[in-house]
Design a protein around this ligand. Structure first.
Ligand code: HPA
Ligand code: ZN
Length: 347
């Protein structure tokens, strides 16, 4: 979407608000144009004739129907330059949307399973992130995410392969996430590896309550001891859990257009984002996999604002929540919150 979309005024104002994006899979930012370019560069054959054919295939019925294409698309990422190009393109877009900070998930197992070295993945992503910090002024962290459809042993192996790189990427790699097929792969499957990651001092997040039940949000909190929940929209099925999230100010990284495209909600108008916000939950707005779901973070803010009749104050609260809920040090959060207050007062 561009400025030709409806509500250009609202879009322009939303762009001026300093914001953070906290739920973003870098593999999910692979636009079909770059997919074709990398396929050509690496001699990978795609099962599509054109960019248009790829886009036409993005008709998802549920999470798994998306994941099948997402993992297939990631097959074009081979070299350090590919990971650099992917992340650099996203960061340019993030900057254009007024993001001042991003926390990016990446799935090493998606690449190591195909014979790509984990060093290659880290090196390409880190080069783009550091360059964007220096040239665009956008800060970023990396969250290494385990694939939950694979075993805990596989997650331990991935952690072991990544740990020797920790020192080299200490400025970026701050946390651990859990993604992929949720149903049938409850958080408690990863209790031991999360305990180890906590001992190592990583910040912990996990996808829970996207397609899976509210009970998975509970076990992500109680068993994995995460400090932030990715999605978590099913939490409202359990009023006691929702009260706990509100009381403890546990952030939920909500992705409205993702939920729409994957059938978590039938229409944006019935999304519980506004109800959660108005009940006092620490909700944030994010894009998840923007190349696949038809919208980057600003598109998500705008579509939610329109569908849910969010007020300017509520939109500023959502932007403030994204800064509060980030893993930035407190002085950085305070500086960005001051900038946000200033920008909001100009609107
Ligand atoms: N859910 C689970 N796994 C994922 C997602 C998601 O929204 N995006 C990329 N991997
Ligand atoms: Zn996600």
């Amino acid at each position: 979407m561009t400025d030709q979309t409806p509500n250009p005024e609202l879009r322009r104002w939303l762009r001026t608000l300093p914001k953070a994006e906290l739920h973003l899979h870098i593999e999910g930012t692979l636009e079909p144009e770059l997919m074709f370019e990398l396929a050509r560069r690496n001699g990978v054959t795609l099962p599509y004739a054109s960019v248009e054919a790829v886009r036409a295939a993005y008709q998802f019925t549920d999470l798994q129907s998306f994941l099948d294409l997402y993992y297939a698309g990631a097959g074009v990422l081979v070299t350090e330059q590919d990971f650099y190009d992917l992340a650099a393109a996203y960061l340019r877009r993030a900057h254009a949307d007024g993001l001042c900070h991003v926390e990016i998930m990446f799935d090493p197992q998606t690449h190591t399973q195909r014979g790509v070295a984990i060093d290659t993945v880290f090196a390409g992503l880190a080069r783009a992130l550091r360059e964007a910090r220096d040239t665009l002024g956008i800060s970023s962290y990396l969250l290494l995410s385990f694939l939950r459809h694979l075993s805990e042993e596989d997650a331990f192996d991935t952690l072991a392969a990544a740990l020797p790189l920790r020192e080299a990427y200490r400025d970026l790699w701050v946390g651990i996430g859990l993604d992929s097929s949720e149903r049938g792969n409850p958080p408690e499957k990863f209790t031991r590896v999360y305990a180890r990651c906590a001992e190592l001092g990583f910040r912990l997040v996990a996808h829970a309550g996207e397609e899976g039940p509210a009970a998975y949000v509970r076990t992500a909190l109680d068993t994995l001891r995460v400090s932030r929940i990715d999605h978590g929209v099913r939490s409202s099925d359990d009023p006691d859990l929702l009260q706990q999230l509100i009381r403890q100010r546990i952030p939920l990284t909500v992705c409205p257009l993702s939920n729409l495209k994957l059938g978590v909600v039938k229409t944006l108008a019935e999304h519980n984002l506004a109800r959660l916000l108005r009940a006092g939950a620490m909700v944030t707005i994010n894009a998840d996999d923007p190349a696949y779901f038809g919208g980057y973070v600003l598109d998500n803010y705008l579509a939610s604002a329109v569908a849910l009749d969010l007020s300017h104050d509520e939109l500023v609260t959502l932007a403030a929540n994204s800064i509060h809920a980030s893993f930035l040090p407190t002085p950085d959060k305070n500086r960005l919150l001051d900038q946000l207050a200033h920008a909001a007062s100009q609107g």
